[in-house]
Every structure is written in C-alpha cells, then in structure tokens.
Design a protein around this ligand. Structure first.
Ligand SMILES: Nc1nc2c(ncn2[C@@H]2O[C@H](COP(=O)(O)OP(=O)(O)O)[C@@H](O)[C@H]2O)c(=O)[nH]1
Ligand SMILES: [Mg+2]
Length: 248
C-alpha cells in the first residue's frame, strides 16, 4: 500500500461526544507550531457535533485526518483503529495517542520520542502525573485518589510498579504498532494494561518491563469531567481478571 502520510510523529486523538471540550483553535495552533506532527482524530460514533467540528477542521488543513466509526465502540477500539490506520497509511517512525481534552499538551510527545531515541528497544513510553513536579499538575483530589487506587490494582494485576499507567499520553515506535494493536482489546478503557501484558507476553516479564518506560508528564490539567462513570470500578475487577488470564 502506498504510504500517503509522512510525518515524524503521528498522534491518534479518540473523540466521543467532545463538542464541548474540543478546542480546535488549540489544535490548529499546535499543528502550525509543530510541523513534524500528523493528527488522526477518531470520531467514535459521536451523537453531538463532534464529527462536524472535526470534519471542518481537517478539510481546511494539512497534516490531519478524521476517521469515523459508525457506532460507539469505546476508547480502546477507537485508538486501535487510529493506530493501525496511521501505521498502514503513514511513513511515521513514532506513533501514539493523546486525549481530546488536551489535558496533556501534545508537544509532550517530543519528550516521549526523545526517550524512545535514547533507549532503543523500548516499545512503550508514557507520561506520569505522579512523577511530575506537582506545580505542573492540576487535578481534582477525587480523581487523583481514584487514579491512585486504579493504578495500584493494575500494578497488582500485571506484577508491575508503574506510577501512572492511565495517563492519556503514550508513544510507541512504529515496529511495535502492529504487534500491539492488531488484536482487539478485552477492555474498552484499561487497554493500556493489555498493552503492557502483550509486551510481557512477547518478551518475557522482565525484558518486557524493561521495554516500557514512564517519564514525568510536562503538564496536566483536568478538563471537565471524566467520561468514565464511577460505576466502572465494578467492571474493572472483572476486566483485570480477564486480562490476567491472557498472561502467558
Ligand atoms: N473513542 C472513544 N473515546 C472516548 C470514549 N470515552 C472517552 N473517550 C476519549 O478518551 C479520552 C479521555 O477521556 P476523558 O473523559 O478525558 O477521561 P479521563 O482520562 O478520565 O480524563 C478523551 O479523548 C475522550 O474523548 C469512548 O466511548 N470512545
Ligand atoms: Mg480527561
């Protein structure tokens, strides 16, 4: 297949009913400032004006594309779809995903790329709000505590000691994309854990862990409420159990 997209870094931005949070001016400014990026928005069957906003943004600009999923399939499937699309259509050495609410600045991907370049063989690098200087992190107490609890459960499930697996700012070298994203995920939300599990299954636990790195996120601010409902916590236990069973 002809590679039609050329960029140094490709980012997938999953979007579900984001009309109130999408700041297209900020995305425009970002693309103008950083010519090395390509953005792939995935509209996940939104029922509000998200699709229109993304379409008009991408028709008037280069270095961005919007993909549409007919029905809402969840963040995991939207990210997976976008990562595979970028990898298939692009000649892009580094690919990743960031949240649509710009909680983490997308140019933080430059720091993530630096880490991948400095540590060849790394398959996944992500931002951590825990490791960051507190003055750069604006988070509500309740969400911070919920995040800590979920992180502890996740570390227990995959026998790891990461400080913040759920931070929505992650980057991968192109070689890792097909092996990690070709299979659908079990969970629509904590698929990041499945990525860790997939890396460990492929390389063995200790080498797998050595191929995953977290670095302090440069800045974080909660924007609006999370789309994760508090009731998800009950589903989380079942999902973690199912993910654990995939360990080989
Ligand atoms: N594709 C898709 N993305 C979603 C869905 N729910 C949330 N997201 C996206 O996931 C990202 C993080 O969501 P957010 O509500 O900010 O959750 P937070 O991580 O708790 O702050 C955003 O880009 C959302 O648009 C969904 O059902 N489908
Ligand atoms: Mg958010």
């Amino acid at each position: 297949m002809e590679k039609t997209v050329s960029a140094e870094i490709g980012l997938v931005i999953p979007c579900f009913n984001e009309e109130n949070r999408l700041d297209m001016a900020a995305f425009g400014h970002f693309l103008d400032t950083f010519p090395q990026f390509f953005l792939c928005f995935v509209d996940d069957g939104s029922t509000d004006r998200t699709a229109d906003l993304l379409k008009s943004f991408c028709t008037s600009r280069e270095r961005c594309r919007v993909l549409h999923l007919e029905q809402n399939r969840g963040k995991a499937e939207a990210v997976r779809h976008g990562m595979l699309w970028l990898n298939r259509h692009g000649d892009i050495p580094f690919l990743g995903y960031f949240d649509a609410d710009l909680s983490a600045p997308p140019d933080f991907a430059l720091e993530l790329r630096e880490t991948l370049l400095q540590r060849p063989g790394t398959w996944m690098v992500f931002g951590s709000r825990q490791l960051a200087d507190k003055q750069h992190i604006i988070r509500r107490k309740r969400r911070h505590l919920a995040g800590r609890f979920v992180s502890a459960l996740i570390n227990f499930a995959v026998k790891a000691r990461f400080s913040d697996t759920q931070c929505g700012a992650k980057l991968f070298p192109a070689e890792a994309v097909h092996p990690l994203f070709q299979e659908p995920f079990l969970s629509s939300w904590i698929f990041d854990v499945e990525l860790i599990q997939r890396i460990c299954n492929r390389f063995g636990h200790s080498e797998g862990m050595a191929r995953i790195t977290e670095i302090p996120v440069s800045r974080w601010r909660d924007v609006g409420d999370s789309k994760v409902s508090p009731g998800y916590i009950f589903k989380l236990f079942g999902e973690l159990r199912r993910i654990r069973r995939t360990a080989s």
